[in-house]
Design a protein around this ligand. Structure first.
Ligand code: NDP
Length: 292
């Protein structure tokens, strides 16, 4: 069984980013990322902090805007418009989820698609569907595809089951895997909460991508011998007696699934580190495309 080391592969992506940043710097360009956080959700705050830290570590221009939970829709739209017009900013990300009174879809649509490094704007969703490589692909599925390529997993002709159909992970993952070319050309099945007999469908998969949001949901009965499993899930479960009182587990019951696998990602240390690395990569791409 091969443990797919996301931390190590993310480091390779970051090294590539450093080379790209140096090349841009030689041409007098510094990629800029703005991350907007509305409210004080502790998990979101931690994500925003780590994105800002990674930008600074790479020498990117980083703007972190922390707005109060009382920020109105109009105020947030104005912040987005200002960032759209700021030539030093190439990527804009509004941390999800915003407070309930914010219409998130309207905010995403207000972001300039050329700066939408999260890949959530309808223009970028369409570009993924029509295989236009100038678009931005959501960072987590892009990271999963990169993990498969780096681990030497052949996707061409493979039967892949993606469990989950969210716009953030499941749907773009399926589109990436069915696209033509490297890391694609797969035969993709997308499963969700209405899927009948999920275990039987997963059993036919050469590759399973689990993006469900339910701790340890995928068990040995879902996985055939020799399958590859990518676990996107990040779930906090109580762990009495530990310092934090909780631990992070994936959507896959690792201990019983791993022995059946040809390759599998751990949680933490699998998909997680890739997401932020791909965000840096998308920001550099946005800068390069803006300068072209
Ligand atoms: P969502 O809740 O948006 O989507 C979950 C999907 O799983 C839905 O399509 C849902 O089906 C499906 N689902 C739920 N229950 C079942 C079931 N019993 N059987 C089959 N399918 C089911 O979650 P996200 O896509 O945003 O995230 C998924 C997981 O990935 C979470 O654990 C999240 O924390 C993690 N994540 C990790 C990231 C990383 O950087 N590693 C980044 C983003 C997410 P339906 O559509 O019918 O409701």
């Amino acid at each position: 069984m091969q443990l797919i080391n996301g931390t190590e592969i993310a480091t390779q992506v970051i090294e590539e980013c450093k080379r790209d940043i140096a090349a841009l710097a030689a041409a007098g360009k510094v990629p800029g990322l703005a991350v907007v956080l509305v409210g004080d959700d502790p998990a979101s705050r931690a994500y925003v902090r780590s994105k800002d830290r990674k930008c600074k570590e790479l020498g990117l221009h980083s703007v972190k805007l922390e707005l109060p939970a009382t920020t109105t829709q109009d105020e947030l739209l104005q912040v987005v418009r200002d960032l759209n017009n700021d030539p030093a900013i190439h990527g804009i990300l509004v941390q999800s989820p915003p407070p309930k009174h914010i219409d998130e879809a309207a905010i995403v649509r207000a972001i300039d698609p050329a700066k939408d490094v999260d890949g959530f704007h309808p223009i970028n969703v369409a570009k993924l569907a029509i295989e236009d490589s100038s678009g931005f692909v959501p960072c987590t599925p892009l990271g999963c595809q990169r993990l498969l390529i780096a681990a030497g997993v052949e996707t061409s002709g493979a039967n892949v089951v993606v469990v989950g159909r969210s716009m953030i992970v499941g749907k773009p993952m399926a589109m990436l895997l069915m696209a033509k070319g490297k890391g694609g050309d797969a035969t993709v099945t997308v499963a969700h909460s209405r899927t009948k007999d999920l275990a039987a469908i997963c059993q036919r998969a050469d590759i399973i991508i689990a993006a469900i949001g339910r701790p340890e949901f995928i068990t040995a009965e879902h996985v055939r011998e020799g399958a590859v499993v990518i676990d996107v899930g990040i779930n906090r479960v109580e762990a009495p007696g530990t310092e934090k009182g909780y631990k992070l587990v994936g959507d896959v019951k690792f201990d019983e699934v791993a022995p059946k696998c040809r390759a599998i990602t751990p949680v933490p240390g699998g998909v997680g580190p890739m997401t932020i690395a791909m965000l840096m990569s998308n920001t550099i791409k946005a800068c390069r495309q803006a300068s072209a």
